[in-house]
Design a protein around this ligand. Structure first.
Ligand code: GUN
Length: 277
């Protein structure tokens, strides 16, 4: 069965649109894009489209590949004290000469609507709701909520240990009472774990990684993979074969990605409410 991320996101948008229509001035989301990475440009276009659709002002700063860390840090400081910017994101990945963690650490935690700053990651881990939860993990939790999945006691396998998906979703699921296993590219036999899992979250970025014979027939597959090959987008899962066989599965595109954008808009409204009291 296909889990329709767009449909779940649309329910979030109905509520956000209603709340934002009553606000004046409107919330403002900033985005910094360094360089011309195709996937990053695609993500930013989606974020801009949905922000504007909801009535959120979208301010894009597009910077050349060779901007350098010092100049980028100056721009971040400027946005930290710019009162009309409620929240902003720095689209990743950044060029190799820039230390991404240094950049993330410089974002004001109050404006960090991506939830990547260590203060927000820490709050999420201890279950303090005053911070921002990273958008893709928050979107995955929204899918579970929408499917009315009780996560307590579920056996959940995560493939991938990134700071923006693998690690934060692990924390959210532990807090929800699940039994969680974290696998990565060095795990000798991923199949040994996935074959017993009630839920599998794959964020490896490896098309074809997750096959039907590696999973239980009644499992739920959350595919966070997003790989562009010859202008076609692939997730990590062998979608067609798994979908026909019965497990619930998120498509790529139209699955988790739709929720990631919706959660960014939700975080922007939260930032507006926090920062413009
Ligand atoms: N690159 C891939 N996913 C994301 C995301 O959620 N936020 C940002 N800023 N960059 C990304």
């Amino acid at each position: 069965m296909i889990i329709n991320g767009k449909q779940i996101a649309e329910k979030v948008y109905v509520q956000l649109r209603n709340q934002i229509s009553k606000l004046s001035p409107k919330p403002c989301l900033g985005a910094i894009l360094v360089g011309y990475d195709q996937s990053s440009m695609r993500y930013i276009r989606q974020k801009q489209k949905w922000a504007e659709d909801l009535g959120i002002t979208f301010e894009l700063k597009q910077l050349p590949e060779n901007i350098g860390e010092t100049k980028l840090l100056e721009l971040i400081q400027a946005w930290n004290s710019e009162s009309h910017i409620d929240g902003y994101i720095i689209q990743l990945p950044l060029p190799k000469d820039i230390d991404a963690q240094n950049i993330i650490n410089a974002i004001s935690p109050e404006k960090d609507v991506d939830g990547f700053h260590p203060e927000n990651q820490g709050k999420m881990l201890i279950g303090d709701p005053s911070g921002f939860v990273p958008c893709t993990p928050a979107g995955i939790m929204k899918i579970f909520e929408s499917l009315e999945v009780n996560l307590e006691g579920k056996n959940i396998v995560i493939i991938g240990k990134s700071n923006i998906v693998g690690k934060p979703i692990m924390g959210l699921l532990v807090n929800a009472g699940a039994t969680v296993t974290s696998c990565n590219s060095k795990t000798p036999s991923i199949r040994a774990y996935t074959s017993n899992a009630d839920i599998i979250i794959s964020a490896a970025g490896k098309p074809g990684l997750l096959k039907l014979d590696m999973i239980k027939i009644d499992s739920i597959i959350i595919d966070v993979g997003f790989t562009v090959v010859d202008d076609r987008i692939y997730g990590d899962a062998d979608f067609d074969n798994i979908n026909i066989a019965g497990p619930k599965i998120t498509p790529v595109p139209g699955g988790v990605g739709a929720l990631t954008v919706a959660m960014l808009m939700e975080n922007t409204l939260k930032a507006y409410k926090k920062n413009r009291k």
